[in-house]
Design a protein around this ligand. Structure first.
Ligand SMILES: [Zn+2]
Length: 267
């Protein structure tokens, strides 16, 4: 079994991240990979990357092999993107455009309303030729027709039919020739990850990844969800909440063994 922990180095690790890493490692202590998802050079910092590895080591969560650093592999992602070309369209919308398009009622609607999917080939070509900034989105309904029914195994739950809506997700950003969905799918396959352990907040992303796996001819790993740690106020721990970082806990005298024992009780 191969699992992985794949943080983005945009800050220090907090207890919720550590629990996620511990959950993955517990499933496959001898096949636990660490990957740094740092394609966003605006938000990621080498200093945070170094601190994450140091904090994992402090906690005793040793990993197998080399740490894969995504920012060193843009050629890989471009090649994967090229293979998906029949299912991509350029999206010229800015964040503000999309927010305006979505000012309609909120709910379970997809995040992107498909505006640029409706452009004519001539409009598309003219805007590309004019050099307008654009992302590349997945035409999810066309892709699904090509891929057929999507199903995957969620450990402890069995087969899940992924028959709900899938958004036209961004596979290459305006500012970066790749995206989270593309890189994570590519790297899990490249690294032979057999079990993806992730917080339940990421469950919605799984059908997108299974779809991309089908299109790219990759094996689908087994998925497993873990609960999210919550703070004393009941809200999930996140960077923006100033959740306790491992650094702060360590400075305050916390012992790794006590933290890991706490995880055992929560699992
Ligand atoms: Zn658009």
């Amino acid at each position: 079994m191969i699992t992985r922990f794949a943080p983005s180095p945009t800050g220090f690790l907090h207890l919720g991240h550590a629990f996620s890493a511990w959950s993955a490692r517990r499933l496959a202590p001898d096949g636990f990979l660490v990957r740094l998802e740092d394609i966003d050079s605006q938000r990621c910092r080498p200093a945070f990357a170094a601190a994450i590895l140091e904090d994992l080591a402090w906690l005793g969560l040793s990993w197998t092999g080399e740490v894969r650093v995504q920012s060193a592999h843009f050629d890989d992602y471009r090649a994967a993107l090229d293979r998906l070309a029949p299912f991509l369209y350029p999206c010229f919308c800015s964040r503000a455009d999309i927010a305006r398009q979505l000012s309609a009622p909120h709910g379970a609607e997809p995040a992107y309303p498909g505006t640029c999917r409706a452009l004519t080939p001539a409009e598309r070509a003219a805007r590309l030729a004019a050099g307008q900034p654009h992302a590349w989105r997945l035409d999810a309904s066309t892709a699904r027709r090509a891929a057929g029914p999507l199903r995957y195994v969620e450990l402890g739950e069995g087969w899940i039919e992924a028959d709900g809506p899938i958004d036209d997700v961004v596979l290459a950003r305006r500012d970066i020739p790749a995206s989270y969905h593309l890189c994570v799918t590519h790297d899990d396959a490249l690294q032979g990850v057999t079990h993806v352990v992730r917080g339940e907040d990421l469950r919605a992303a799984t059908p997108v990844h299974v779809l991309l796996q089908r299109l790219l001819g990759f094996e689908t790993p087994v998925y497993r969800r873990h609960r999210l740690l919550r703070g004393p106020d009941g809200r999930r721990l996140a960077k923006r909440d100033n959740a306790a970082t491992l650094r702060e806990m360590r400075a305050a005298g916390a012992a790794p063994a006590a933290i890991l024992a706490g995880f055992e009780e929560l699992a």
